[in-house]
Structures are given as structure tokens and as C-alpha cells.
Design a protein around this ligand. Sequence first.
Ligand SMILES: *[C@@H]1O[C@H](CO)[C@@H](O)[C@H](O)[C@H]1NC(C)=O
Ligand SMILES: *[C@@H]1O[C@H](CO)[C@@H](O)[C@H](O)[C@H]1NC(C)=O
Ligand SMILES: *[C@@H]1O[C@H](CO)[C@@H](O)[C@H](O)[C@H]1NC(C)=O
Length: 277
Amino acid sequence: MATTEDKAATKENVSSWKDSIYNPRTGELLGRTACSWGLILLFYLVFYCFLAGMFALTMWVMLLTLDDNVPKYRDRVPYPGLVIRPHALDMAFNKSDPPKYAQYVKNLESFLQRYNDTKQESNEDCPPGDYFMQDDAPEKKVCRFKRSALSFCSGLSDTNFGYSEGKPCVLLKMNRIIGLKPRGDPYINCTVKKDNPIQMQYFPSEGRIDKMYFPYYGKNIHEDYVQPLVAVKLLLTKEDYNKELAVECRVEGSDLCNNDERDKFLGRVTFRIKVVE
Ligand SMILES: *[C@@H]1O[C@H](CO)[C@@H](O)[C@H](O)[C@H]1NC(C)=O
Ligand SMILES: *[C@@H]1O[C@H](CO)[C@@H](O)[C@H](O)[C@H]1NC(C)=O
Ligand SMILES: *[C@@H]1O[C@H](CO)[C@@H](O)[C@H](O)[C@H]1NC(C)=O
């Protein structure tokens, strides 16, 4: 049984433990006076403000060195990939059954909206044959590319792009690369892996890609830029129907890479097409 002395000691202990949180005699909270706490808070406030300031300053200096339109770290201009429209690498359709090719025609038509002649009329009529340099111009002009330049593949004279007659058109374009200036005279050449060659028609003639559409300055300052297109019309005949044809198209005549082992879309594209009657 505990003595009265023990009880008194316990009481004292409790009160000193309470004092360590808040001591009413000295006004200390957790062993510090209000003034001491105030100094600590002030110190951390100043310290963190200083850190935040440092961070903001470095960020600001970093951003000053960046140009919105040109990627900062790039040792050389990369090569562009080649893509086709309609957006399908495996096409098959019955030329006598419109719903079967309607998706391709629709895809081509909506893609060519940007190349609408009326719209392109407001763009610059650039001198052909050379790069259209405008490094110093704050507002970059866009060289005009009218869909009517694609002739039978423009969707204007033949609204089915040749799909209904079994001589379908496919459009090719290179991906946009900022600052790309292809050397030589690039053109598109398509071949079909097959014994007897398939006749093809190119628009613009010889599948040429004019250099006036280069360089591209980036989407912020070269907003309405349109890539030059090449249309290829596959002049298929009865013997070519009901067979899956592998068509390979390449950019040739320039320094653009078209035979990379690892990337088979660099400067070239292969698609399959099968037309049935
Ligand atoms: C293609 O469509 C036509 C018209 O609908 C049809 O008569 C023909 O059998 C179809 N051909 C094939 C191979 O399905
Ligand atoms: C081109 O645009 C004009 C005006 O926006 C429009 O009236 C015309 O139908 C369009 N042409 C084509 C072929 O889409
Ligand atoms: C297109 O490519 C084929 C196969 O590589 C080649 O035989 C042909 O000469 C090329 N045509 C042109 C115009 O370069």
C-alpha cells in the first residue's frame, strides 16, 4: 500500500510533466518562450522564402534561354517519316460496292480540306525551285499548296479519287521537321513487288516535292503551314484485281534517308492494297 509521501511525489511528477508542455509560471510552451518561438518561425519563414526565390530565379533564367519554336538540344535535324492518306496501311475494297471504299474517300476528302483552293489562295505564291527562307520575318508566310494541283487525285474532278474505277489514289506526305532543308530534288517513287510492273501516275508530275515548302519554322510561328503532297494513282487492270499488292514508296533524289534498317517509315512507307470487282 502506498504511503502519503508517495502520493505527494506522484502529484509533483504529473505537475512537472504538465509544465513541460505549458509552464504557467514562466509562460513557456514546450520549453520555449513565445518570443523564442516567434524567432524560430521567423527564421523558417525567411529561409523558405529565400529557397522559393532561388527556385523561381533559376527557372526564369532557364526559360529566358529557351526559344519557343526551336527544340534546344538537337545535334542535327532528324529525317522525316513518310505517311500515307487514307489513314490505312492495309486497304481492301470492292470497287463496285461504294460503302466498301466510302471510308477511304471520306478520309481523303477531310484531309484535303486544309488544301482547299479558296483557302490556299490567301497563302503566299512562293517562287518554286528553292527554299523559302524567312528566318528574320516575325510572321512566317505559308507557301500555297492547292489541292487542284493533284489533278485526278484532287477529289475535284473525280469525287471518288479513282476508287470506283479500281484505280485508287493514295496521298503521300513527309512529317514536319523544323528546320529541315532537303538537298537535291526530292521526289516520290513507288514500286510494287510483282513480276509485271503496275503503271502509276504521279501528281504533281514526276512526284516532285518542291523545295519552296522548306524550311518549316514550327507550329507557333508557322501556324497554317501545309506540307507538300504527292498523289499516286495506281492504274490497276483486271489482272491486278483480287490480289494483295504490296506498294512501297520512297523519297528519292535527295539526301533524305530512305533505307534505315531500324526504322522502316523513315523516308519510305509500304502499304498493301487489294481491289476486288
Ligand atoms: C462486289 O460488289 C458487287 C456489287 O455489290 C457484287 O456483285 C460482287 O459480288 C462483289 N464482289 C466480291 C468479290 O465480293
Ligand atoms: C473550299 O472552301 C470554300 C469556303 O470555305 C467552300 O465553299 C468550298 O466548298 C470548299 N471547297 C471544297 C472542294 O471543299
Ligand atoms: C523507282 O524505283 C525503282 C526500284 O527501286 C527503280 O527501278 C526506278 O528506276 C525508280 N524510278 C525513278 C524515276 O527513280
